[in-house]
Design a protein around this ligand. Structure first.
Ligand code: 7RM
Length: 635
């Protein structure tokens, strides 16, 4: 029996049990049936969390791009692989078929080779969301070069740090990018970064905005003339299962960013299998994930997972607010999108604009809605469910991390009954545990603790580039023989998981452990509230007390702030209990967000602690201007 596509709940439980009873046999069966291997493995799994060492499908040989492209050519050659929707809605969308993708990736791969890039070399990709980004990622994989994509919203310093950490030889970029009504001079940022990166000897530049830019002779070249000269046939490099596929940086709470290393075979098998099930992708569906390929969500669920399954994956260059806040829905209508995957921060921003902007569009093509990146608060969940899904499209609240490579806890739509704010059940093959502060596992249901994973899964990161000790210390040292996620979670009476936020967000008030997510959820139910974030601050009696930063909706009406404060605390008392009432409530114009949309609580915590002399690394902030505003008005 093939367990590749799960269709009902009984089947989920049955396959889940099988996957944990004998993980090796289970993954072997999935891997056998659904992928193209140049050579099968000798040993399906070898692992030791104390080293830590994890190897999946050792001895196997493959090229992931043959799985993403070549093997679809006979059956899906003229099917759209990548559907590119430009920033400007007046510019035509581009349909890149599997046949065309094959040619373009091969051509690009040949250019990389001609420029001296070899198997194992690191190539940094700093490109906006244009087809060349996906194509260059695949071109690297084609020849066995390790791609390190840096989100093109990062600053020169952030870019330079990442380039140097992994010793990239080459940089791929563009003459600029579009972002709503603005253009960004990416190449200037690159030039500034490269002043600090002596290892980068070659830069290939794609034209996007046709700006006049500085080209450094001997280093910089335009991409197009090189592509024009290159053959569109490039044999795929045969790779070993555990060769690195890519490095992707994720910021830690301290220290420099961590270059998470993902490897070939396990990553391929797991991203493909999760994509198929969690989005219930059917042959002619149009799938859209709004993330940027600069994040893990884009790697796994714009590029690799969808393409391995022969899907049509939409790539959007722009922003949700341009030309207006109806843009997402306009795109859904225009391309008849079937699966739509976005982040809670985007949902809240759109909800703030009112439901009228959604109602103008025909969203009847939608079958599955996804959420990722943060706990989705109850109000946003309902808004998404009611206004976007019209109560007809299940929401998959997908919990996972850069480190996990693929989705770990999530409903399977039309299979797992959903529950607002719950990521629900572990995906097939995933064995989560909840640990208490003494290092003991909390068994049974209705418990809350720190979320760990006790058994390897195929797409887990294998190391931190150049620093295996840090990998061990960060993820495998807090609890013996467990991968520690850094998140808190609770398991309800039926075994559903709710992620309560990063563990450093857990605040102990008068001896009570309070997760920030449920309190923020309660606050966000107040009709005037758009977003909120809670942190702790020292309190002589309670140990810690709660400080709330609250952004109100732009309704134009003036509000009696003291009254809103009282109402917020009343809602908290009703939802959680008086213990969770806030001692301080500061109204803010916005919350500091990372460029991937996560609230940067570290900064809010420092402000609440009146410790603002050193706010730490703020280079990943999207909206640094709100920080000053929040400091000026701190309570
Ligand atoms: C995919 C991604 C990872 C952290 C993770 C969590 C938080 C992500 C959810 C979530 C609650 C979710 N990778 N997180 N998804 N929290 N519910 N569905 O975001 O490396 O950038 O971030 O994001 O804290 O540890 S990431």
């Amino acid at each position: 029996m093939s367990n590749y596509h799960i269709k009902h709940l009984e089947e989920y439980y049955q396959v889940y049990r099988k996957s944990v009873r004998n993980p090796g046999a289970f993954w072997e069966e999935i891997a056998e049936e659904h992928f193209l291997w140049r050579k099968k493995w000798d040993n399906v799994l070898q692992w030791d969390f104390s080293k830590p060492e994890v190897k999946w499908f050792e001895g196997a040989q493959l090229n992931i791009t043959e799985n993403c492209i070549d093997r679809h050519l006979t059956t899906r050659g003229n099917k759209t692989a990548i559907l590119f929707e430009p920033n400007n809605p007046k510019e035509l969308a581009e349909h890149i078929t599997y046949n065309q993708l094959h040619k373009r990736v091969n051509q690009f791969a040949n250019v990389l080779k001609a420029q001296g890039i070899k198997k194992g070399d690191r190539v940094c990709i700093y490109l906006p969301m244009i087809p060349e980004l996906a194509i260059s990622v695949l071109a690297c994989a084609r020849i066995g070069a390790i791609h390190s994509v840096v989100f093109a919203g990062f600053s020169a310093t952030a870019l330079a740090t990442r380039i140097n950490d992994s010793d990239c030889k080459m940089l791929l970029t563009s003459d600029g990018s579009y972002r709503g009504a603005k253009t960004i001079d990416l190449k200037d940022i690159v030039d500034e970064a490269l002043e600090h990166c002596p290892g980068v000897t070659r830069v290939l530049v794609t034209k996007r905005i046709h700006a006049t830019i500085n080209m450094v002779s001997g280093r910089d070249q335009w991409l197009q003339p090189l592509l024009d000269k290159a053959s569109n046939i490039c044999e795929a490099e045969i790779m070993n299962a555990e060769d690195p596929l890519f490095i992707l940086y994720t910021s830690g709470s301290t220290g420099k960013p961590k270059g998470m290393v993902h490897t070939m075979a396990g990553y391929m098998v797991y991203t493909a299998y999760t994509f198929k099930n969690i989005f219930q992708y059917r042959e002619n569906d149009v799938y859209w994930c709004t993330a940027d390929i600069g994040w893990i969500t884009g790697h796994s669920y714009i590029v690799y997972g969808p393409l391995i399954n022969g899907a049509t994956t939409l790539m959007f260059e722009g922003v949700p607010s341009y030309p207006d806040y109806g843009r997402f829905w306009d795109i859904v209508q225009k391309h008849k999108v079937n699966q739509f995957y976005t982040a809670p921060t985007a949902i809240r921003a759109l909800a703030k604009q009112g439901a009228e902007l959604v109602e103008k569009y025909d969203l009847s093509s939608l079958k599955v809605l996804g959420s990722v990146g943060e706990p989705i608060n109850e109000e946003a969940w309902h808004w998404y469910n009611d206004n976007v899904g019209k109560k007809n499209s299940p929401i998959v609240d997908t919990w996972w991390q850069t480190e996990t490579g693929g989705i770990m806890i999530s409903p399977i739509p039309y299979v797992t009954p959903t529950k607002p704010t719950y990521a629900t059940l572990p995906f097939i093959g995933i064995q989560p545990t909840l640990m208490d502060s003494h290092g003991a596992e909390l068994k049974g249901n209705q418990v809350e603790g720190r979320l760990c994973i006790k058994f390897p899964w195929p797409s887990m990161a294998r190391t931190i580039w150049g620093n295996h000790q840090r990998y061990k210390d960060t993820y495998f040292s807090t609890y013996k023989n467990q991968y520690f996620t850094g998140d808190g979670a609770l398991r309800d009476e039926v075994g559903y998981y709710r992620i309560t936020g990063r563990v450093d967000d857990v605040i102990i008030v008068s001896g009570h452990n309070l997760g920030t997510a449920p309190i923020e959820d309660a606050i966000n139910e107040h009709p005037a509230v758009s977003e909120s974030a809670i942190v702790g601050f020292p309190h002589t009696i309670k140990g810690s007390a709660l400080y709330g930063y609250v952004t109100l909706k732009d309704t134009g009406e003036s509000r009696d702030q003291d009254n809103v404060r009282k109402e917020i605390n009343q809602i908290i008392s009703e939802h959680i209990g008086p213990i969770a009432k806030l001692d301080k409530i500061q109204f803010t114009s916005g919350l500091p967000k990372t460029r991937s949309g996560k609230i940067m609580r570290r900064i809010l915590r420092k402000i609440a602690h009146k410790d603002t002399s050193n706010l730490g690394d703020t280079s990943t902030l999207l909206n640094p201007e709100v920080v000053q505003d929040i400091m000026d008005n701190a309570l």
